[in-house]
Design a binder for this molecule. Sequence first.
Ligand code: ADP
Ligand code: MG
Length: 300
Amino acid sequence: ATPTAVMVATGKGASLGVLIKGGNALEKAHKVNTVVFDKTGTLTVGKPEVVSAILFSRISMEEFCDTAIAVEGNSEHPIAKAVVKYAKNRSPNHKTQTTNGGPVTDFEVIPGAGVGCKVGRRTVLVGNKKLMRSFNVSVGPEVETYFSDNEKLARTCVLVAIDGKVAGAVAVTDPVKPEAARVVSFLRSMSIRSIMVTGDNWSTATAIAKEVGIENVFAETDPFGKADRIKDLQAKGMVVAMVGDGINDSPALVAADVGMAIGAGTDVAIEAADIVLIKSNLEDVITAIDLSKNTISRIH
Ligand code: ADP
Ligand code: MG
């Protein structure tokens, strides 16, 4: 496209809440035939809520909650925020991080799996089964049952382990965005295939994908795995747009032919993307593709 056409489209985009960072994205977006969506915060609202909790060891609900607050209070992850909110309600007299069972030290984030730290002298892990596996924490049949019951309902379960033993779990729900299914079906009518990639587990991911009408899912994928899936699609000749909101999406946003960040997402994702969907509305994936189509057709 000519510099003038790019300028016009960029201005039009800005007025529609679609921030296009350069001519390159605009040149490519009309060729996109595959859109890869992140799940949490992209297809879903990204404001998860804890809907149930269960204890698997002889621990009081209050101690469980205080431990969860101490650990998740250090995490920016939306699930962590949901856990803290829930736990504070359940333990109204919860003490501060530094007084509850000792100070939090050695805090660590394990991408796509959860977090870990020391609370006083105890070692605490909060995250998915993958996290438990990698720290050799065994997951018993009653935990498995809790997981499968909740995952069928598109909920994500999070485990809390203290000193190598599962103490309890919570189930988190994060509803899909109201426009998600409509956008997937409209893309299909444009002969554009939609795919989901997520760090979340297969059963929750599959349940969410079904709700929005996506048939192709890659679950339990870490940040670089997400980028690898994009590269695989490109190797098969696909022109790929990636839509994501998290730090964990940034390698994929960079790898994609067109990276689109959700406006409400993290700064790192917004940095990594070519296009920012300011309104955080998935309809604007189509707006961006249309802007590109119009720009290109005008010069031919
Ligand atoms: P997504 O790709 O869906 O945005 P992430 O890669 O951020 O997901 O996380 C994948 C999974 O790792 C989550 O579904 C959750 O089970 C676990 N997880 C990550 N961070 C945390 C945390 N701070 N607390 C609990 N669980 C976490
Ligand atoms: Mg996300």
